[in-house]
Ligand binder design. Sequence first.
Ligand code: ADP
Length: 524
Amino acid sequence: MQDSYDTSKLCTILRSEMTPLLKSDLVLFFRYRRDSASIELLASSDPTPHLGSIAAPDQSSLEWIEGLVDDDLMWFPDLGSAPLLLQEWGKSWNVSSMAVFFGSEADDIKDMIIISRKEKQDESWKKIDGELLEFLRGAMFVLEIYYLINEIDKMKTDIQSVFGLAPVGIIMVDSTGMIINANKHAISMLGCGIPLDDVIGDNILSGNRFKGSGLDEVVRKTLGGEETDTENMRYKSSSGRICYLHARMQPVPMMSGKMHAIGVLADVTQRVRLQQQLERSYQTLTEAFQELQRVDKMKTRFIDVVSHELRTPLTVMRGYLELLSSEYKEKMDPKVLSKLQTIKVNTDRLYDIVESMLDVARIEKGAMEITKQESSVRALVEGVVSSQRPLAQEKHQEIDVVTIGEVSSARIDAKKLHDALKNILNNAIRYTPEGGKIQVGMADEGKMIHIWIRDNGIGIPLSDLEKIFDRFHIVVAKELSHQVDRMGLGLPISKGIIENHGGKIWVESEPDKGSIFHIKIPKD
Ligand code: ADP
């Protein structure tokens, strides 16, 4: 608070100024607050009274205060006739007479000035009544201005501390581009590295410090009347350091007609650098992904070529083996025949693998041909089950077939769907221990046929569920190590066949509890 606006000083001035008019020993300013029915001592010409103390007036004194109107001047030449409150104050300050003036009333507040004397006052005070009233009105007016200025000063201090505490940089510039205020965050962001006072007064537009820094452009635009919001402003400090600022600036028209600008700055360098890093990583990843796609294509082509190349000799071999084992069966030594049988089984298996690889390649190329014909779904499912039942019986497993509702026929490629369902049922048998239970179900769901294959086998870990339909994906688990002929091709082929029918396949599974594969295919 500035000295010149010290209300206590004003009391002292009042006392000495009034001396020619009347002799006063003590001048006090009070404020009465109606909401709390309390009186506060605001200032005194004498430091001894309890400055700042709050007094709660007694009921009759309160009524007296409430009854007083603005601009009232009350005389108490002898405190004996004064309200109780004044009598008590008089005692504590050791005064015998008082004049009380009430200033204007505002917002439930009444300000009063008390002039008191040590001695009892004679009637001579009354003679100066008019003159004193004028004097006190003036004093009250000055007092109110003092309060107002002090209030503004306080607000200024508050704004200044908010300014300093704000976690962002704040700068204010005048119409010429000169910095008229800035907080320490702004100074450090702008990389000035010098005391605040040195920056204030610097000109962003014409000075050297900010020339070409990026900020000069933003300030120029804002002073032109444009509100600016520059998200990643590249800022180059006078020392050459580069950083990125989010600068929001607003033009502020002054009463003089000139335009000032106020700006909020946030340092976003770390974010921008991370973003740039992310963009670079994204670029690297995209390139790596493209490379992977290229290698993957090469691999698919390789499989395709090799499979085709293998298929022809294998077909020839199978033909000769068939011929040998049927036509020359009688002429052959049983030992040779048995060896021939083993060769035939293995050649057939090799042929199946080659066929599977070709199927995968066809699906990937979108070249799988589906020939739809009206066929019985029930017959299809039952055919699949009969083909796999001997396998299940070997493992003492039960296969239960359930039908919900009347399952009608559908337009399907029965042969391909047979292969797809066979793969899934075959898996259910393979990945379910001896004595397990398998259920194959079908239901008519209006436009779709729902088929499911449930087992109570080893189940599939959650981490593999997503990938189970990918080519060559097999679950790596100790209990599966004896399953040597796993290729990870059955499910992707089944999926390809089902999706080429416009249907879908998904799986629910829990390790050690079992799995359920759902297939839905449209009827036409
Ligand atoms: P393959 O059975 O020849 O390995 P698939 O594509 O048919 O190829 O299956 C991929 C993998 O999914 C299998 O190796 C197996 O780990 C797992 N799997 C498939 N069906 C089941 C099932 N019913 N229960 C448990 N695991 C299964």
